[in-house]
Design a protein around this ligand. Structure first.
Ligand SMILES: [Zn+2]
Length: 301
């Protein structure tokens, strides 16, 4: 739902962290590749082992991931050896426990990119960084073990989304895809009888819906796969707060706040007042809050 937009500095930094971590596995990984023709073919094609090609594979972008996934689909008559999968599982677990928190901190992601509902928490305990969220294998690891440790196949996410997505192969967009732009928008619908109360934020006789106009197949798949409609249906309380604010924040009040915080940008003021951010991954419910604000600010004007 929300793309993970990373700048050049962040990209360099997370890839540096990954390379440093992987260096200790270079030798045993090379041995694993040499013992498994399928893995070798997927990583190097007809070429010989080359360290830089290996890192190009592990750090490939979302477009290349898609190509390799399709390659795995067409070459599925031969599977990876059992010991290869066991080894990949082992190093993935090490990455998860030792590096995930560092990567999430560098990405500055505080909310799940799939739902924007649940927070992704990192913290320090006994000198070690911990990540309280999960890493979702965008292409699931049981079907595509070849992609198990590829950096951009590992999506920081909440437990709910990870469980809903597990083992399913519906076509959705990888949040790391830089061209990703979801059109999923939240809105409210109401019963005409209580229209006035509703517009003044006094009525809770309304429903939350996702506007299904102009949605791509991928967006529709994502709504269905992650139960977004059902999960946001319970957010009337948050919506009511936004509706009330949109009534309360008239131009005089907004000007007062603007002076108080020495902030002249209307966009920035709206972010403070309604609880959303430019980058929705910095705050849970950010996209929802912004959509409901847009709906009601528009009605008032
Ligand atoms: Zn989630």
């Amino acid at each position: 739902m929300i793309g993970i937009v990373i700048d050049k500095g962040q990209k360099d930094e997370i890839e540096r962290i990954y390379r440093c971590w992987f260096n200790k596995y270079l030798k045993p990984f090379k041995e694993t590749i040499n013992k498994d023709e399928k893995l070798k073919k997927i990583i190097f094609g007809e070429n010989e082992y080359n360290e830089e090609d290996l890192f190009n594979f592990l750090l490939m972008d979302t477009e290349s991931l898609k190509v390799v996934k399709e390659k795995c689909d067409t070459n599925n008559t031969i599977q990876l050896k059992k010991e290869t999968v066991v080894y990949l599982e082992k190093i993935y677990k090490n990455f998860r426990s030792s590096q995930a928190a560092r990567i999430v901190e560098k990405l500055k992601i505080l909310s799940c990119p799939y739902c924007n509902q649940n927070g992704l928490i990192t913290y320090k305990k006994d000198g070690k960084r911990k990540f309280a969220g999960e890493l979702d294998h965008f292409y699931n690891k049981s079907k595509y073990p070849e992609l198990m440790i590829c950096l951009y196949n590992l999506i920081p996410s909440c437990g709910v989304c990870n469980r809903l997505k597990k083992e399913k192969n519906e076509k959705i967009i990888n949040p790391y895809d830089i061209l990703y732009k979801s059109n999923i928008t939240f809105k409210t619908t109401f019963d005409d009888e209580c229209k006035l109360d509703y517009l003044f934020g006094k009525s809770d006789h309304f429903k939350i819906e996702i506007d299904k106009n102009k949605l791509s197949d991928e967006d529709l798949n994502e709504i269905d796969l992650l139960h977004l409609n059902e999960r946001y249906k319970q957010s009337e309380d948050y919506a009511q707060e936004i509706i009330l604010k949109s009534m309360a924040y008239d131009p005089i009040y907004t000007e007062k706040i603007s002076k108080m915080f020495n902030e002249s940008s209307e966009e920035k003021l709206n972010q403070y007042l309604y609880g959303y951010r430019d980058n929705h991954l910095k705050r849970s419910f950010s996209k929802f809050n912004q959509d409901i604000m847009n709906e009601f600010k528009g009605r008032k004007e």
